[in-house]
Write a protein that binds this ligand. Structure first.
Ligand code: CMP
Length: 138
């Protein structure tokens, strides 16, 4: 197991000016920012990132949404990073997200849900490498 995960603050949260508050919650929860930048995905690049969901009914909308505005991808470090970060962000559907989670506070809908978190160590590595070169991951 590794101690890193990957996240991105999604277009709804960036556009509404919530990225600072979200990063503050992430740092206060004990995560160190390994890498961070602002980026704008094309629909095609969003489709590559979410290729694992390509057969799902929400895939097309998801790719359009994720390319609709700037995102802030980050690699984060902490003991038990993947699981602890998923706990911090809360359920995919904000209606089911617990009090005190990032999605409870900032997500608008199951699609515009403010933030992404990798679901496994393997995907954290794949997703981090999608956005950041090796020399940016320190
Ligand atoms: P994320 O954790 O980034 O992984 C896949 C994304 O698809 C999810 O967050 C949501 O933004 C989006 N999505 C849209 N509709 C659904 C749905 N019905 N179930 C799960 N994810 C969905």
């Amino acid at each position: 197991t590794t101690n890193r995960t990957f996240t991105m603050i999604k277009p709804d949260a960036v556009a509404e000016g919530n990225s600072g508050a979200i990063i503050q919650m992430i740092e206060e929860a004990g995560f160190r920012i390994v890498a961070v930048k602002k980026a704008l995905l094309t629909k095609e690049r969003a489709g590559q990132f979410y290729a694992v969901h390509s057969e799902r009914p929400f895939y097309n909308d998801l790719c359009a949404y994720m390319s609709s505005g700037a995102i802030i991808p980050m690699i984060l470090e902490k003991d038990n990073a993947v699981a602890d970060f998923r706990k911090l962000i809360g359920a995919t559907n904000p209606a089911q997200a617990e009090e005190g989670t990032i999605r409870k506070r900032f997500a608008k809908s199951i699609e515009a849900n403010a933030i992404h978190g990798s679901d496994s160590d393997d995907n954290a590595k794949i997703e981090g490498d999608f956005f950041f070169a090796g020399i940016e991951q320190f």
